[in-house]
Design a protein around this ligand. Structure first.
Ligand code: CLF
Length: 292
């Protein structure tokens, strides 16, 4: 695992200072999810939307490693390789072998996973062995009653749990996972989706609790109303500003997240099209000369 110092200096999502200098490359190798969030709609063949849980296509393990080889070679600013869906990174069998191979071949790169946290405590040793250096957990609630409004179901050890039962298990596993990751030496970011009227009252309590458990930074993101939550209101800039200010009493707040795709590539907010870049690299065409 790379040191926390390197991570905090060079990771564009953990560091305000790094996000204009370094970019990330997401590898869409994780299609499946063990939790259904009511605000999440996954798409595997989508080129024209920019939001989490979508990708132009899924990559095999070989294609993912090939993408790292090609794009890191032609770009000096990619510091992070992330697995961010479209499903849950840890739940998908491909994630850890892909990370292991990249960490052996590119030890200078930061390997990052984003997870709902359900399997984090159970798999923390394997995650460490795979060379992963940074972890993001999405935690949206403190109470099982609120979590039960957010999640339709939770799959754990072959059983599908709904309502309070599934919600309570997920919350317990998320906070256990956070604790296990911090105890293993990880810098952990907590993502929280701000859903007006659903979890807004609990967000400062989440900040307080995850700070006490040792989280490094929090990223509060406005819900994108879709799926079962298509009727929700997207919170405005002022509300986001105010909730971040309230939570900053407990831990550092990230404010430059762009809620990116599962195949995002480049500097945050200045994404390139990894699919097109790969195609042009194969044809020997200079992507920057053509696209910029
Ligand atoms: Fe990717 Fe997430 Fe790692 Fe960053 S994204 S897995 S921590 S390398 Fe960053 Fe994108 Fe926001 Fe995520 S801007 S959605 S916070």
């Amino acid at each position: 695992m790379l040191s926390k110092r390197i991570l905090l200096d060079n990771h564009p999502c953990f560091s305000e200072g790094a996000h204009g200098r370094f970019g990330r490359l997401h590898l869409p190798v994780a299609p499946l999810c063990n939790v259904q969030c009511r605000y999440c709609v996954k798409k595997f063949d989508c080129a024209n939307e920019s939001r989490p849980a979508i990708t132009s296509r899924l990559l095999s393990r070989e294609e993912a490693v090939g993408r790292v080889e090609t794009l890191v070679d032609r770009s000096t600013n990619l510091s992070v390789i992330g697995i961010a869906g479209p499903g849950d990174s840890i739940f998908n069998e491909a994630t850890l072998p892909v990370c292991k191979e990249i960490s052996a071949r590119f030890p200078e790169l930061i390997l990052c996973i984003s997870t709902n946290g359900l399997l984090l405590a159970d798999r923390i040793e394997a995650i460490k062995e795979a060379g992963i250096s940074s972890i993001t957990i999405t935690i949206n609630a403190i109470t099982a009653a609120t979590a039960a409004r957010i999640y339709s179901w939770v799959d754990y050890e072959g059983e599908r749990l709904r309502g309070i039962e599934g919600a309570a298990l997920l919350l317990q596993k998320q906070y256990d996972g956070l604790r296990a990751a911090v105890e293993s030496g990880y810098a952990v970011k907590v993502n929280t989706v701000f859903m007006p009227g659903i979890n807004d009252k609990e967000i400062p309590l989440i900040a307080h609790r995850v700070a006490a458990e040792g989280a490094e930074i929090m990223n509060i993101m406005p819900v994108i109303p879709q799926g079962e939550f298509s009727w929700l209101r997207r919170p405005g800039h002022r509300e986001i500003f105010e909730i971040r200010a309230a939570c900053s009493l407990y831990l550092t707040q990230m404010s430059h997240c762009v809620q990116c795709r599962s195949d995002a590539c480049g500097l945050i907010g200045e994404d390139t099209d990894a699919e097109l870049e790969m195609l042009m690299a194969g044809l020997g065409v200079d992507y920057d000369a053509v696209v910029s």
